[in-house]
Design a protein around this ligand. Structure first.
Ligand code: COA
Length: 171
C-alpha cells in the first residue's frame, strides 16, 4: 500500500536517490539538500511503498516582487518518482496530497516551473495570465500558478524569485 507522509530525518539519502534516478542526474537531489540546509523545505512529502521511498515532492518559499509590495508564496520543486513507478498515478497522488495540506495550512497560492501538460490537472494555470513572471528564459506556458484564494496572485501579479538556494542549480 502506498503511504504518503512528511519527510523524516532518516529519509535524506532515499530522497536524494529518488531525485537522481528520476531526473538521471544529481542536480535536483542536491537542490533538495540545499533547501533543507537553508531550512527552506516548507513541505517535503514522500510516497512509501512497502517501506521504500519511491517518490518525493518539495515546496519552498518564493518572493514575489510586485508594484504594490513584495509578498511570499511557495514554489513546487522538485517532484520525482522512481522510474519503475512512473506513470502509475503516484506523482499525481503525491502532488494532490501536498496541495491539500498546503491549502489546509492557509497557503494562498503556489507556483511551479514545469511541463504544461502535467500541472493543469491539479488546477495550475499559465502564471502570466495571473500577472506573474519569472526572471529567467522560459516558454510562457511552462511557468504556472495555482490560487487557493482567488485573486491572491491576480490582484497583485509580480516577478517571482525562487528561494536563493535555486541560484546554484537553475541557469
Ligand atoms: C513527472 C513525474 C513526477 C510524474 O509523476 P508520475 O507518477 O510518473 O505521473 P502520474 O502517473 O501522476 O501522471 C502521468 C502523466 O504524467 C505525464 N508525465 C510523466 N512524466 C512526465 C514528464 N517528465 N513531464 C511531463 N509529463 C510527464 C505522463 O505523460 C502522464 O500524462 P497523461 O496522464 O496525460 O497520460 C514523474 O514522471 C517523474 O519523476 N519524472 C521525472 C522527473 C521530472 O520530470 N519531474 C518533474 C519536472 S517538471
Amino acid at each position: 500500500m502506498l503511504n504518503l507522509r512528511p519527510e523524516l530525518p532518516g529519509d535524506q539519502t532515499a530522497i536524494f536517490t529518488v531525485n537522481r534516478e528520476a531526473f538521471g542526474r544529481p542536480v535536483e537531489g542536491e537542490l533538495v539538500g540545499a533547501l533543507r540546509q537553508a531550512n527552506a523545505l516548507s513541505l517535503s512529502l514522500v510516497a512509501e511503498q512497502d517501506g521504500q521511498i519511491i517518490a518525493h515532492v518539495a515546496f519552498s518559499p518564493a518572493t514575489v516582487e510586485a508594484p504594490s509590495g513584495d509578498y511570499t508564496t511557495l514554489s513546487l520543486a522538485p517532484v520525482a518518482v522512481l522510474p519503475p513507478w512512473q506513470n502509475q498515478g503516484i506523482g499525481g497522488r503525491l502532488i494532490r496530497e501536498a496541495l491539500l495540506q498546503l491549502a489546509a495550512k492557509a497557503v494562498e497560492g503556489v507556483v511551479v516551473m514545469g511541463h504544461p501538460n502535467y500541472y493543469p490537472r491539479f488546477g495550475f494555470v499559465t502564471a502570466s495570465n495571473l500577472g506573474l513572471r519569472w526572471g529567467g528564459e522560459y516558454p510562457d506556458e511552462a511557468f504556472m500558478a495555482l490560487e487557493f484564494r482567488p485573486g491572491f496572485f491576480a490582484s497583485r501579479g509580480g516577478l517571482v524569485r525562487f528561494h536563493p538556494a535555486f541560484d546554484r542549480f537553475v541557469a
